[in-house]
Design a protein around this ligand. Structure first.
Ligand SMILES: NC(=O)c1ccc[n+]([C@@H]2O[C@H](COP(=O)([O-])OP(=O)(O)OC[C@H]3O[C@@H](n4cnc5c(N)ncnc54)[C@H](OP(=O)(O)O)[C@@H]3O)[C@@H](O)[C@H]2O)c1
Length: 334
């Protein structure tokens, strides 16, 4: 337990006090956040693990937050417990979801204008708790950076993880013809999400794919620019989302930046639109879009494994292996 003033209300949370290995992350008692004047205090019911949560454990992240302790976790879904004096849009009892730093905890505070939206009634807390980071990334990569449109041929490399499973379904919702790249064990999963063609990267040589794609979403980030470029039409768009081998504690962040810069530099003058180093920006309208897509059944979050928050280190350890099939859900005292 940490030292807190007498009378302070306590909650369970995954607190990172210093750079740490995933296995050393534990749940401790810490103070419930104050209700912001312009925000709401949410009783969190569900969350999910994202690579950005692994970044929170690194020395660089620790320095960025001024060496202060921080609660790990981003995605949340829960019920508004109390609202600040300046809040107009939410009331206690509202069901909400979104993304905020410090979500692997029983309570999270979020600004009314922050990344929070009403949870559609027909969407479970568990499903809503998977949407913010991975869903927004897939949506913004395809729609805002990729300009996806009906009838386009879209290639998604790394189609079976958190971002990839949303991307396949969102691209189909936009009317695209989707080719998904994943490993053998995920072929049926990805086909079930609506992919028109599936390439098993363990059996089929990626470079021998027919090509002629309007848009390539590179979530796996394990291919050179020359391999990707020849699959795109002239004037086609490449959106780099992630990179391979960025496991926690492996200098992965640097490898990601190096890979994306390499793509950026090698692609200059190649007649293709290239978007790299984009960082998804969580916002209420996009959360609402994701909520509607799920409520209407056009997108169904794929949940690979479920962990209680007390086992958050195991959840993050599994994500860090880099082969989750969809999302790793985290339940928090619902
Ligand atoms: N730019 C942004 O704002 C942003 C936001 C979120 C995430 N990201 C990045 O996006 C990446 C994916 O995130 P995520 O949440 O989807 O991670 P994830 O859930 O761990 O998914 C990783 C996926 O990569 C697949 N994969 C591994 N090796 C592959 C290969 N050689 N070819 C094709 N697929 C392969 C795995 O599938 P198999 O098991 O089938 O190999 C797995 O499904 C990460 O690098 C993350 O940092 C970027």
């Amino acid at each position: 337990m940490v030292e807190v003033a007498m009378g302070t209300r306590l909650m369970k949370a995954a607190v990172c006090r210093r750079p740490t290995s995933i296995g050393a992350l534990t749940i401790t008692d810490t103070a419930v956040p104050a209700v912001p004047e312009d925000g709401v205090l949410v009783r969190v019911h569900a969350s999910s693990a994202n690579p950005v949560d692994l970044y929170a454990l690194t020395p660089v992240a620790h320095l960025q937050r001024g060496r202060k302790p921080a609660i790990v976790g981003t995605d949340f879904a829960g019920i508004v417990e109390s609202v600040g004096s300046r809040v107009t849009r939410y009331r206690p009892g509202d069901e909400v979801f979104g993304g905020v730093r410090g979500a692997f905890a029983e309570y999270a505070a979020v600004a009314e204008d922050g990344a929070v939206a009403r949870k559609p009634a027909g969407v479970s807390f568990e499903d809503a708790g998977t949407l913010a980071v991975a869903g927004t990334t897939a949506l913004q990569a395809l729609r805002d950076h990729g300009g996806v449109a009906s009838g386009q041929r879209v290639l998604i490399n790394g189609a079976s993880g958190g971002v990839g499973t949303f991307a396949v379904q969102i691209a189909k919702a936009f009317g695209a013809e989707v080719t998904a790249v994943c490993s053998a064990r995920n072929v049926e999963l990805v086909r079930g999400l609506g992919a028109d063609h599936v390439v098993d990267y363990m059996r089929d040589d990626f470079r021998r794919s027919a090509g002629g794609f309007d848009l390539m979403l590179d979530v796996a980030g394990n291919r050179s620019w020359s391999e990707c470029a020849r699959l795109l039409k002239r004037g086609g768009t490449f959106v780099g989302v992630g990179a391979a081998g960025v496991q926690h504690g492996s200098g992965g962040g640097l490898r990601l930046i190096r890979h994306l810069l390499d793509v950026r530099i090698r692609s200059i003058g190649g007649g293709k639109k290239v978007v790299v180093l984009f960082v998804a920006k969580l916002n209420p309208p996009d959360l609402e879009t994701l909520g509607e897509l799920v409520e209407s059944g056009r997108v169904k979050p794929v949940i690979d494994r479920r962990y209680d928050v007390t086992r958050v280190a195991e959840a993050l350890g599994y994500l860090d292996e880099g082969h989750s099939m969809g999302k790793v859900a985290i339940g928090i005292g619902a």
